[in-house]
Design a protein around this ligand. Structure first.
Ligand code: PEP
Ligand code: MG
Length: 568
């Protein structure tokens, strides 16, 4: 089968399916009431142990914010009133434990769902989670927990949520394959961050595998084989050995500067989603953080993170990077990133809708809380703040004015802040690349977000598989917008970086060097590979190639030109 290569590496292993089927609960009359009550007690006890374990793991792997959810689950499991009602139901209806649990839970869920208070409404999903866990325990259905597996597996799922990926035990999950998603969907980005090989967008794979099947895949090419012949397994083993060898060779680039053959130095930075990603950043020797996607702080929880919670996450990252540059992007929610607790109206085109900076300029309270946390943390390192999804000068000016308000409020409160924080913006909407000459006068840096810039320039939804063949990083229009942005930035004396996936694309890195890009920010796993590429090419030569490439009319010709003329 074929999908989209999402995270490099070859994986050979046994399938574990993330099962999302609904459990069927049938109504049957029972004789032995006590037996059902005992079953309930056992299952509840087991659920409590499971939740305690998950809480510990979440604290260790993801931090306090994400662990909160399990505290709410604990409160439900300890609720005597709820379980008293379940027991009563078993007794008076001669019902099975699972049926009683399901009925009582549903009546509670109904009540909570209809409450005015948003926080209480959210409790409904917690009850649903906890009861489904206990019911699975009653029925003896194995609950898959990606953080405590007892064997190596390759996960096959429709899709993986950020909490699935964040709780994955990297020693046991040796790869994953999903039915939906593209190279820039968040499960793919997380796979690269975790350095787990992955293929996404393999349509229909769930209908073709069962647990414990052997699966082999190439996370670069996107090829997936289920129960393949020995020949293919052997070939994959050889490829895996070759890949492991290559990763070992790259180790020599640790601790070195990123310099081209003709002595031009660039910065290779990392993209992160949470402070926990720092470990990979340091291990892969990034020279800074070019994109900290703060939205993960806001996701998978039931209310907005407080100023204090944000402050401690930003401080941790700044401190961990030890004065190296850290670009923190303000909230970029919307599009494919939702907040369940912020009930936003459904939109026809969420990628073109109420999101990111648009939302922050409208909900200034949310924006200011984040900016306060950022400035309070600014004294712990080399902070740069970046706005996502700017589409006009007006928006940029409004955002900057709010920054000034926050700074003066903090100063009035006697809180110390850094005076050298650079303010930059993403260039991810074509309109801003086109007016980058004017925007460059008003910011300290640009960072080109190619993931969105491709989607908006070519009108190709980055999440839509049916048209994924049209989502093309070699499109001449994209290259021209990049060239324009870099030139305009440099004319005004500001630095220009890139934090979209193109920044780590081995075929395009030479062209970007030729176009004069100053900073390349990518998944930590790509850093050493890119440092190796840069060390083998010269900027002057790449400048000539870049000039040729931007004159080519088709993406196909761009790709062919690079393949034929730039040999690394
Ligand atoms: C981008 O659009 O290129 C980018 C880096 O941001 P995100 O992938 O988070 O939208
Ligand atoms: Mg973007």
């Amino acid at each position: 089968m074929k999908g989209i290569g999402a995270s490099p590496g070859v994986a050979i292993g046994q399938v574990l399916i993330k099962d999302e089927q609904q459990i069927k609960i049938v109504k049957t009359q029972i004789q032995d009431v006590q037996e059902q009550i005992d079953k309930l007690t056992q299952a509840r006890k087991l659920a409590k142990e499971q939740i305690e374990e998950l809480h510990k793991l979440a604290l260790k792997n993801m931090g306090e914010n994400e662990a909160h959810i399990f505290e709410a689950h604990m409160m439900i499991i300890d609720d005597p009133e709820f379980f008293g009602q379940v027991e009563d139901y078993i007794k008076s209806n001669k019902a099975t434990a699972e049926y009683a649990l399901d009925s009582v839970a549903n009546s509670f869920i109904e009540i909570f769902k209809n409450m005015d208070n948003e926080y209480m409404r959210e409790r409904a999903s917690d009850i649903e989670d906890v009861t489904s866990r206990i019911i699975k325990n009653v029925l003896g259905i194995e609950i898959i927990n990606f953080s405590s597996l007892d064997r190596e597996v390759i996960i096959v799922a429709k899709d993986l949520t950020p909490s699935d990926t964040a709780s994955m035990d990297k020693d046991k999950v040796i790869g994953f394959v999903t039915e939906i998603g593209g190279r820039t969907s968040h499960s793919a980005i997380m796979a690269r961050t975790l350095e787990i090989p992955a293929v996404v967008g393999v349509e229909g794979i769930l209908g073709n595998v069962k647990n414990n099947d052997t699966i082999v895949f190439d996370g670069e090419k996107g090829e997936v084989y289920i129960n393949p012949q020995e020949e293919i397994v052997q070939e994959a083993r050889d490829k895996k050995a070759e890949y492991d060898e290559y990763r070992k060779m790259l180790e020599q680039f640790k601790g070195r500067q990123s310099v081209s053959k003709d002595g031009v130095k660039v910065e290779l930075a990392a993209n992160i989603g949470t402070p926990d990603d720092l470990e990979g950043v340091l291990r892969n020797d990034a020279e800074g953080i070019g994109l900290y996607r703060t939205e993960f702080l806001y996701m998978d929880r039931d209310k907005f993170p407080t100023e204090e919670e944000q402050f401690s996450a930003y401080k941790e990252v700044l401190h961990g990077m030890d004065n190296k540059p850290v670009v923190i992007r303000t909230l970029d929610i919307g599009g494919d990133k939702e907040l369940t607790y912020m009930k936003l109206p459904e939109e026809m085109n969420p990628f073109l809708g109420y999101r990111a900076i648009r939302l922050c300029l409208d909900r200034v309270d949310i924006f200011k809380t984040q900016l306060r946390a950022l400035y309070r943390a600014s004294i712990y390192g080399n902070l740069k703040i970046m706005f996502p999804m700017i589409s006009s000068i007006e928006e940029l000016r409004k955002a900057k004015a709010i920054v000034e308000e926050v700074k003066s409020e903090l100063k009035d409160e006697g809180i110390q802040i850094s005076e050298t924080v650079q303010i930059g913006m993403m260039i991810e909407i074509p309109a801003t690349a086109i007016i980058s000459d004017m925007l460059a006068k008003e910011v300290d840096f640009f960072s080109i977000g190619t993931n969105d810039l491709i989607q908006y320039t070519t009108a190709v939804d980055r999440m839509n598989q049916q048209i994924s063949h049209l989502y093309n990083q070699f499109h001449p229009a994209l290259l021209r917008l990049i060239k324009m942005t870099i030139e305009n930035g440099h004319k005004e004396g500001i630095w220009v970086g890139m934090c979209g996936e193109v920044a780590g694309d081995p075929k395009l890195v030479p062209i970007l060097l030729g176009l004069g890009l100053d900073e390349f920010s990518m998944s930590p796993i790509s850093i050493l590979k890119t440092r190796n590429i840069i060390s083998k090419i010269s900027r002057e030569e790449m400048k000539k190639h870049a000039q040729q490439v931007v004159m080519l009319p088709t993406a196909e010709e761009v790709k062919k030109y690079i393949e034929e003329n730039i040999i690394i």
